[in-house]
Write a protein that binds this ligand. Structure first.
Ligand SMILES: *Cc1c(COP(=O)(O)O)cnc(C)c1O
Length: 390
C-alpha cells in the first residue's frame, strides 16, 4: 500500500462527489472534469518538509497527495523532479536577474506530458483498464504509450495527418496502434470516444480522466520545494489544454492546507500562439468559458488545442492569481528558442520559447518588474521539433 490519502472525486463545475476507486472520465452529471480530493490533514502528518530528504527523485516523492493505492501500480520511468535552473546570462540580457527555467525536457519521452500520463496510466492499470486510447497532436501520445508499455497495456493513438513524423514514429516504436485522422485534435477525440463506446478502451484525453492533472500538479510541489518553500512572483506557462496550470494552482491550495506554504500566490501567465488563442480571447473578453478557435494553426503542437474542457478552471486560476494571458507569434517562438538556447544551454520546444517571448513583452509593458522572480516552463525538448529550424 502507498501512503495515498485519496478520499473521493469531485466535479470542478457542479461539485458532485464520487467514490474514487472506479474508472471514470468526465462528471456523469455535467460532463466537466473531475478532480481528486485527499485527506490533507492526514497527508500533512507524513508529507513534512523534513521528510523529503529520503524520498525518490521522481514525482512519486509526493505519494500522499497522489491517487495510486498499490505499490505495484506506481509505474515509473524516472518522471518529475526536473531541474529548476537559474538563468543568469539570459536574465542579464533581458533585464530580469531572477529568471528561472523549469526544464521539463528532461522527463521520459522528452516532455512534461510524462508526468500526467504516468499518473493516468498507473491509475487506469490499477483500476483494471484493459486497453488505452488517446487523441494527440504531439507529446501526449508518446507519453501514454511509454507507460502502457511498462505494463503491456495495448495503446490506440489517433493523430491529425499533419502531425510531425517524430511524434508518430515514437508511438509506433513504443508498440502502439497509430491511426492518422483527416482533421484536428477534436476530430481525433471523437474517434477515441467511438472506440471507447464500441471496444471498451479507456479514454486518456486530457482532463477527461481525473489523474493527468494529478501528475502535472507535481510541478507546483517541486517549484515550492526547489525554491525553499517560497513561490515565485510570476509563472509563465504555455497553455494548450491547461492541465499543468490548473494542476499547479490546485497544488498551491493543497500545500497551503497542509501548512507547507502561506497564502501568497504567483501571478499565473498563460501563453498561447496567435494561431490558436482561445484562452487569451476569453480572458480579454472576460467570459467564464472559451469558445472554439476556428482554423487552429501553430508549429507549437502542444498549443494546438482549439477547445479546452477545463477552460473555466484555467481562466479562474489566471484571474484569482492576478495573472494575465497573451498570445505570441510562431516566428517569435522560433527566434526566442535561439535566444534561450544560446544563453542557457537548454534547447527548448517552441512552447518553452513562447514563455520567453511573453516574459520580454511583459517586462517592456512594466507588468513584470525587473527585480521579480519569474519561472518559465520549458515544457519539452527542442529535439522533437528539430524539423522547424531546418
Ligand atoms: C501539451 C503541451 C503543452 C500544453 O500543456 P497543457 O498543460 O495541456 O496546457 C505545452 N508544451 C508542450 C511541449 C506540450 O506537449
Amino acid at each position: 500500500m502507498t501512503r495515498s490519502t485519496l478520499t473521493h472525486l469531485e466535479c470542478g463545475m457542479c461539485g458532485t462527489t464520487y467514490p474514487p476507486h472506479q474508472l471514470m472520465n468526465l462528471c456523469p452529471a455535467c460532463a466537466r472534469p473531475l478532480l481528486a480530493r485527499y485527506d490533507l490533514q492526514r497527508a500533512a502528518q507524513t508529507l513534512t518538509k523534513a521528510s523529503f530528504a529520503g524520498r525518490p527523485a521522481t514525482l512519486w516523492r509526493y505519494e500522499e497527495v497522489l491517487p495510486v493505492q498499490s505499490d505495484a501500480a506506481m509505474l515509473s520511468l524516472g518522471e518529475g523532479w526536473t531541474p529548476l535552473k537559474h538563468a543568469p546570462r539570459l536574465g542579464e540580457r533581458i533585464g530580469c536577474a531572477n529568471t528561472y527555467i523549469k526544464d521539463e525536457s528532461l522527463n521520459p519521452t522528452g516532455s512534461f506530458k510524462a508526468r500526467g500520463l504516468c499518473l493516468a496510466v498507473s491509475r487506469a492499470y490499477e483500476l483494471g483498464a484493459r486497453e488505452l486510447a488517446i487523441p494527440s497532436a504531439g507529446n501526449a501520445a508518446g507519453a501514454m504509450c511509454a507507460y502502457a508499455a511498462v505494463v503491456g497495456l495495448p495503446s490506440h493513438v489517433f493523430m491529425p495527418v499533419d502531425v510531425p513524423k517524430t511524434f508518430q514514429v515514437e508511438c509506433k516504436v513504443l508498440g502502439a496502434e497509430v491511426t492518422l485522422v483527416n482533421g484536428l485534435i477534436n476530430d481525433c477525440g471523437a474517434r477515441v470516444r467511438e472506440g471507447a463506446a464500441e471496444f471498451g478502451w479507456f479514454d486518456c484525453s486530457t482532463l477527461r480522466e481525473p489523474y493527468r492533472i494529478e501528475g502535472k500538479k507535481t510541478m507546483g510541489y517541486e517549484l515550492a520545494e526547489q525554491l525553499g518553500w517560497k513561490l515565485p512572483d510570476v509563472i509563465i506557462y504555455p497553455t494548450g489544454g491547461g492541465t499543468g496550470l490548473i494542476g499547479m494552482w490546485k497544488a498551491f491550495d493543497e500545500m497551503e492546507q497542509m501548512g507547507l506554504i502561506g497564502s501568497e500566490r504567483p501571478r499565473m501567465v498563460s501563453v498561447q500562439s496567435t494561431g490558436c488563442a482561445p484562452i487569451v480571447r476569453a480572458f480579454e473578453e472576460n467570459t467564464e468559458h472559451a469558445e472554439l478557435w476556428q482554423g487552429a494553426k501553430t508549429v507549437a503542437d502542444g498549443l494546438r488545442v482549439p477547445v479546452a474542457v477545463g477552460d473555466f478552471l484555467i481562466l479562474r486560476a489566471i484571474r484569482e492569481s492576478g495573472g494575465t494571458a497573451l498570445a505570441v507569434e510562431d516566428s517569435e517562438m522560433l527566434e526566442y528558442a535561439g535566444v534561450m538556447g544560446s544563453l542557457t544551454g537548454i534547447f527548448p520546444a517552441p512552447e518553452g520559447a513562447a514563455c520567453l517571448a511573453a516574459q520580454i513583452r511583459l517586462l517592456k509593458d512594466g507588468w513584470i518588474k525587473p527585480d521579480e522572480t519569474v519561472v518559465l516552463f520549458n515544457t519539452g525538448t527542442g529535439l522533437k521539433y528539430a524539423h522547424l529550424w531546418q
